[in-house]
Design a protein around this ligand. Structure first.
Ligand SMILES: Nc1ncnc2c1ncn2[C@@H]1O[C@H](COP(=O)(O)OP(=O)(O)OP(=O)(O)O)[C@@H](O)[C@H]1O
Ligand SMILES: [Mg+2]
Length: 498
């Protein structure tokens, strides 16, 4: 048998004249994990969508088990055991967990769907993956992290030969990642071959046998993971560009800062109980915890999306009542949500118009007219500041790569200049070069006296920017860590596990 389960040869793909894959070669050994890394827009997802029949290649060849294949559509690929965990998630929000898992391959008993059988099957699958959600829960009620896990469960509900995982962990914290990696190792031992795409460099070396680097649609290198270092991979990814280190810098602090927000005994739904903390002017405070610990719920309640059941909030000494997003925005609060595709962007609009939606007050000339020169300038600045890879400011958001879409949402709120910025997983899906950029922008923001509350599953990211960290366990505040304690990642990890 051929040692390669998959060979992709000289793959070429253009979108509207924009050449995004230039003669790319990619070989996957049977039973191996092969990582693909590269900056946002490098062509990783496109290459894998060509394999799975989602996109059509312009030229090149694909061999599976040594035989030439040509899939028209994803169902063609799944019928030979190729499955993909999509970066943009393919779960249907209006359906339940079990309905999503068995979508398009419902189990039958005679003429009818075997609902009981599927429920039992789904329960077993979730138990095996260590996912604790009821199988009858609607996807719309789950956080992004859980949606990611359900997306994974769905891919594993049928026999797979080749599994493509496109950013499966961008919303998972370390504990959940460890669990996922155990599953990956089990699959490997069963002979499944895996393509693994991630921007988290430490994961790449931990889980993969081989690594391929793409840059601007070109194949740069393929090598065994054991021959590579993180620094080396980053150099291959980014070329010789200058970049910001991913570490904490003492910032210039404002003199005698006041308290920006004081949160007292906050209770939200039945998820958050009696959480109290404050953030000073010019301060960056992190919220850390496992999936389901209540981090996102706190941000959402401060932005008026979730009902505050009890608790007092003051902003710069004044008591405020946050009942809806209007109240929050009036009080100078902005939220960059975790699920940016669902909540943060209008995909069928252009980049410029997405910025315009958030900045309307800033760029309107009169009641009827907007200052189009100004919005053009703001759009161009955002593209340059965050290094957004796009054809122009008039490109449709849906045509940007996953990471570049994320950057547009962040730009949108940064340009809005709120007093208190709430960031939920600000660098999920963002490449290592731009992560440094975003952290620098957030730091500069704090230097000007504004305040930030940030949720991140990546401990190294919290370490790189936070002045203090509030640790949540099961909806309660478990600990507050000072900057000195933050320097030790082990202390944070320990506190998170409760
Ligand atoms: N449907 C599409 N129409 C037009 N252009 C597209 C489309 N899909 C992708 N592109 C472009 O192709 C290029 C590669 O995108 P791709 O999504 O493969 O990047 P990626 O490496 O997966 O990046 P990321 O890390 O941000 O997910 C980008 O410039 C993107 O704008
Ligand atoms: Mg992608």
């Amino acid at each position: 048998m051929n040692e390669f389960v998959l060979q992709m040869k000289n793959i070429v793909k253009s979108f509207y004249g924009n050449n995004v894959l230039k003669n790319v070669n990619f070989n996957l050994e049977r039973g191996h994990v092969h990582a693909i890394v590269g900056g946002n827009g490098a062509g990783k997802s496109t290459l894998m969508k060509i394999l799975t029949g989602v996109y059509k290649k312009d030229s090149g060849e694909i061999l599976v088990d040594g035989k030439k294949v040509e899939f028209s559509g994803y169902s063609g690929a799944t019928s030979v055991g190729i499955r993909m965990i999509f970066q943009e998630l393919s779960v249907v929000p209006t359906l339940t967990v079990v309905e999503n898992i068995y979508l398009n391959h419902e189990e039958r008993k005679g003429f009818f769907n075997d609902d009981k059988g599927m429920r039992e099957g789904a329960k077993k699958l979730l138990a095996r993956l260590g996912i604790d959600v009821p199988v009858n829960e609607k996807i719309a009620n789950l956080s992004v992290g859980y949606c990611q896990l359900i997306e994974i469960a769905k891919a594993l509900s049928e026999k797979v030969k080749i599994l493509v995982m496109d950013e499966p962990t961008s919303s998972l914290s370390d504990t959940e990642v460890t669990r996922l990696f155990n599953i990956v190792r089990t699959l490997k031992s069963e002979g499944v071959s895996i393509v693994y795409i991630s921007h988290r460099m430490n994961e790449i070396l931990e889980i993969s046998d081989e690594v391929t680097v793409l840059r601007d649609g070109e194949h740069i290198i393929t090598d065994e993971a054991k021959n590579l270092t993180i620094a080396g991979i980053i150099n291959h990814m980014l070329g010789d560009t200058e970049r910001n280190a991913f570490e904490y810098h003492e910032r210039r602090k404002i003199q005698n800062p006041g308290v920006m927000i004081d949160v007292n005994e906050l209770c939200v739904d039945n998820l958050i109980t009696d959480v109290s903390f404050h953030v000073n002017e010019g301060e960056i405070v992190g919220l850390a915890g496992l999936m389901g610990s209540g981090r996102t719920e706190i941000l959402e309640s401060l932005f008026g999306i979730r009902k505050i059941r009890k608790g007092k909030i003051t902003i710069q000494g004044k008591p405020v009542e946050i009942k809806n997003t209007h109240n929050a925005i009036r009080s100078g609060i902005a939220l960059v949500p975790e699920d940016r595709r669902r909540e943060g962007l209008v995909l069928i609009h252009t980049l410029k118009n997405n910025l315009l939606l958030a900045l309307f007050d800033k760029v309107k000339k009169s009641r009827l007219f907007i200052d189009s020169a100004k919005i053009k300038k703001i759009s161009e600045e955002s593209i340059a500041d965050l290094n957004i890879k796009t054809g122009s400011i008039d490109t449709l958001i849906s045509n940007l790569s996953g990471g570049n879409q994320q950057k547009v949402v962040i730009a949108k709120w940064l340009k809005n200049d709120p007093k208190l910025l709430l960031l939920d997983e600000p660098t999920a899906g963002i490449d290592i070069g731009a992560k440094g950029e975003i952290i620098k922008i957030i730091e500069n923001y704090a230097v000007s006296g504004k305040s930030v509350i940030v949720v991140s599953s990546e401990i190294s990211e919290l370490v790189a920017m936070c002045d203090r960290i509030v640790v949540l366990v099961n909806g309660k505040k478990a600990k507050e860590l000072t900057r000195n304690e933050i320097n030790n990642q082990g202390v944070i990890q320990h506190a998170i596990q409760g």
